[in-house]
Ligand binder design. Structure first.
Ligand code: PLP
Length: 419
């Protein structure tokens, strides 16, 4: 039997313990939603103040040069590339994940049409985060009905797409970790299977960048996209990233061909000519305030060993699942996150018929996870600021809420526009 004292000892021996000081959390809060919006880095407020007051207020337009604003997409891209195995000069931070997916998918289909004309199917997970599916559907519509978006089950993806990879598949778009269940797919073997059937792959790293070790180049991936506001702690709505393998960079036909992707944006000429390399993934003027603050989150990772982050993440999720089984066996709870470590991201998801109300009761006592339809309570485990005792206290609070039906109050049925 695991008890709280055992969790306290694990916290004392935790090599990542000091990183908790890099984040600001309200007193009395256990924050288990870093898979949705990462916690605030302690240095973020000062950086935001500096950018607004000095760089914008005093530097004014000069700051595009003097404060390095124009270089931020590339500079931050390098920092993310280091975390996802993308190599140098292959990643930029820009736009949102949805927009980057549109750009990447469009470019990938163009390349496929040149290399293997006649392929008309875009595959993605039925259980993918909806924006990925919607963006692909919108792109297919825009391409005049020549393309069809086909949905596959996660089980088929986990098995290496044995039946779905027919000869008409041009592009496969996969989330590396499922946002609802936390299931992790094997990037290297899945990429290999997709390439063996002549298709291109785009990986969505929203739930794996900063959460686990990713090796894009080593896996032979073609393109990747992801956000910075979850495990990378970039702040609400912070810009996303896009990575393109070296072999495809100069074949990347930017569908949103704005001036920031132009070879010489300040020549102000009438014809679009794409920049060589990664600048062509850019479209227009970037959200500098947001990007400057996102850098603070990324810089914390410069001091963090991703192997240690992954190792603690798995220990936290192992502990969470063990405690759910130990403390809550008498409740109608199902753990939907895979038990096998190699199939798990950095969250634990459980279902309960009253999931929404149970999460509301937990949040009321300062334990913040979130809820996703149908009946799923998600608990993000971000090793830089979540400890083993936090996990113990969360499962104990769940036990109290369930044993005493504390969720069964009208106020726990009230839904905001964001769940
Ligand atoms: C896998 C995945 N893709 C995309 C998104 C969101 O994309 P955007 O930042 O464009 O809203 C999310 C958000 O949770 C996600 O989990």
């Amino acid at each position: 039997m695991i008890d709280r004292a055992a969790c306290e000892i694990r916290d004392q021996n935790d090599p990542l313990r000091a990183f908790r000081e890099d984040f600001v959390l309200p007193p009395g809060t256990i924050y288990l939603d870093g898979n949705s919006l990462g916690a605030q880095p302690a240095a973020a407020a000062a950086r935001a103040h500096e950018v607004v007051t000095n760089e914008w207020g005093t530097g004014l337009i000069r700051s595009w040069n003097t404060a390095g604003w124009f270089e931020l997409p590339v500079e931050l891209g390098e920092k993310i590339s280091g975390l996802v195995g993308g190599g140098a000069g292959a990643t930029v931070v820009t736009d949102s994940t949805s927009i980057n997916l549109f750009k990447a998918a469009s470019a990938a289909l163009d390349i496929q049409a040149e290399d293997a004309p006649g392929r008309t199917v875009i595959l993605t997970q039925r259980e993918n985060f909806p924006t990925d599916i919607y963006i692909l559907q919108g792109l297919a519509r825009q391409l005049g009905g020549d393309y069809e978006v086909r949905l596959v089950d996660d089980a088929e993806v986990a098995a290496g797409l044995p039946t779905a990879l027919t000869d008409d598949v041009a592009l496969v778009v996969l989330s590396h970790v499922n946002y609802r269940t936390g299931r992790l797919f094997d990037m290297a073997s899945t990429t290999e299977a997709i390439h063996a059937r002549g298709a291109t792959v785009i990986w969505d790293l929203c739930h794996s960048a900063g959460a686990l070790e990713v090796d894009l180049a080593g896996s032979g991936a073609d393109m990747a996209i992801g956000c910075t506001y979850k495990f990378l702690n970039g702040g609400p709505g912070s810009p996303a990233f896009i990575w393109v393998s070296g072999a495809l960079q100069n074949r990347f036909a930017q569908p949103l061909s704005g001036w920031w992707g132009h070879a010489n944006p300040f020549d102000m000429v009438a014809d679009y000519a794409p920049a060589d390399g990664i600048r062509r993934f850019l479209t227009g003027t970037q959200a500098i305030l947001s990007m400057s603050v996102a850098e603070v989150g990324l810089d914390i990772f410069a001091r963090a060993d991703m192997a240690a982050v992954r190792s603690k993440s798995l220990e936290l999720s192992d502990l969470f699942m063990t405690l759910v089984e130990q403390q809550l066996p008498h409740h109608p709870i199902e753990i939907v996150t895979p038990r096998e470590r190699e199939h798990r991201g950095s969250q634990v998801s459980i279902t309960h018929p009253e999931g929404f109300a149970v999460m509301s009761a937990l949040i009321e006592r300062g334990i913040i996870g979130d809820y996703r339809e149908p009946s799923v309570l998600r608990f993000g485990l971000t090793p830089l600021y979540v400890g083993f005792t936090d996990v113990w206290d969360t499962v104990e609070a769940l036990r109290d809420i369930l044993d005493n039906r504390r969720w069964d109050l009208p106020r726990h049925q009230v839904r905001g526009s964001v769940t």
